[in-house]
Structure formats: C-alpha cells, structure tokens
Design a protein around this ligand. Structure first.
Ligand code: PEP
Length: 252
C-alpha cells in the first residue's frame, strides 16, 4: 500500500494565544475534510487545548513539540504523554535538533521519551539529522545509525506503526538552506534500507520518513516527489497559513 504523505507544522516558541487560534482555524479551513495528505500542527504547550478546540471536527491533527518520559511526579516544568493525550494530541515531536543541540538532550533521553510516548498511544515524530561538521566529515550515515537505532531500539512490531521519522539536516533548519531533493532522497533511502535490514520489509515499507529543513512552497513539490520522501516537518513556513497550505497542497 502506498504511504500517505504527512505534513506537520512545528510552530516552536511562536504565536500569541490569539495568533495560534487564528492560525489553527485558517489551517483547518484550508485543509478541508478529506485532504490527500495527513496534516498536523504542533503549537506551544499552553495553546494546545485552545488549538484542539479550534481543530475540532477538522482533518488536522494536533501534536506537541516535546514530552517527558515519566508519567507523573516531581519533574518541575515537564509534561507527560498522558497530559498531551488529554489535551487532544495524537502526535509528539521528539529529538528535535534544537532540543538535542541547544538544550543538550541525549540519545538516551530521546530513547526514553520515544518509548513512553508510544506506550501511551501517541504517534512519535522522531527527528534525526547531521550537523554541517558531521556532513563535511562524511559522518552523516553514522549519525543516522546512532540516532535512529538508539531511539527506536526495543519497539515491538505494533509500536513501529506509531513512529514517523523526520530527517532534518541541522544545517538546513531555519537557515533558508534546503537539502536538494536528491540529498533528501539519498538520506531517506539510507534510513529505510537500514530499517529494512533490521526489522523487515513490512515495517520499512510502512514507515513515513519526512524531510525537514527550510521547506517552502517553492521547494516542497520537488522534495515530496522523491520516492522515499513522505512529506515534511515544517518550521518557519508553518507560521503562515497560506505558505503552510501551499506546502500541504504540494504533498497531495
Ligand atoms: C523544524 O524546526 O523542524 C524546521 C524544519 O524548521 P524550518 O522549516 O524553519 O527550517
């Protein structure tokens, strides 16, 4: 069965409450009831419930930008998978490069978060990607293996269906530099081939692999036309409804 494309908007630490509501309403309206691609928006935590309300009855899914691995307790400032589900989330982004490289999140932490989110029934959008220095030193594939294997080791076959991988070269995030469609395809194919070798054809063939890194309406169609690029994780361009909807259209 061909994989359905997915376009997810990562709003990061942006929007006021009023802007978040208006953006969610505009995306819901623009996407309509039967989009050709799955669409998700990931607002900041405090806006989740309001955005869930704005998306009610629409085809747009709700995601969070991070989660803690524990279910509850003395973890000041953190939010659990159960809380995200109760707020209306179906998705959660884990291991975003800003969390890994700016906030110091380790592969071990990412692994724990992925497992607890999947066990709670959330679909995880696991971000992986190399820095510019790693690419220049030809370490890109090694980085994928480390990040992908360590995050996903130990999942059951059923749990794999709750995983989406987002390949996001760190040098392309928020920089205006997009990987070429060929660079994205090469990276995605490498990841899928490794997953196939380890977990078999069914899991590898069903696994959505998104591209992220300065996706715009101009670059989306070329990227999404690649056989192993199953949509996008979009930062900056997801904050403008018209741009995000144009990217969604390119995935349809
Ligand atoms: C992101 O943060 O996941 C991202 C891809 O950002 P941008 O589209 O702004 O590069």
């Amino acid at each position: 069965m061909p994989r359905k494309k997915l376009v997810a908007g990562n709003w990061k630490m942006n929007t006021t409450l009023a802007e978040a509501k208006a953006l969610a309403e505009a995306v819901a309206k623009g996407v309509g009831t039967a989009p050709a691609a799955d669409v998700v928006v990931c607002p900041p935590y405090p806006w989740l419930v309001t955005v869930a309300e704005a998306l009610k009855g629409s085809a747009v899914g709700l995601g969070a930008q991070d989660v803690h691995n524990e279910a509850k307790g003395a973890f000041t400032g953190e939010v659990s998978s159960g809380m995200l589900k109760e707020a209306g989330c179906k998705y959660v982004v884990i291991g975003h490069s800003e969390r890994r490289h700016v906030l110091g999140e380790s592969d071990v932490t990412v692994h724990l978060k992925v497992h607890s989110a999947v066990e709670a029934g959330l679909t995880v959008i696991l971000c992986v990607g190399e820095t510019l220095v790693e690419r220049e030193r030809n370490l890109t594939e090694r980085v994928f293996q480390r990040q992908v294997y360590s995050a996903l080791a130990g999942l059951t076959d059923d749990q794999w269906h709750k995983v989406v991988i987002a390949y996001e070269p760190v040098w392309a995030i928020g920089t205006g530099k997009t990987a070429t469609p060929e660079q994205a395809q090469q990276a995605h194919l490498f990841i899928r081939t490794k997953i196939r070798a380890l977990h078999g054809e069914n899991i590898a063939a069903a696994l959505p692999i998104l591209y992220g890194g300065s996706v715009t309406p101009d670059t989306a169609a070329g990227l999404f036309s690649q056989p192993d690029v199953d949509g996008g994780l979009v930062g900056g361009a997801s904050l403008k409804a018209d741009q995000f909807l144009a990217i969604v259209k390119a995935a349809g």
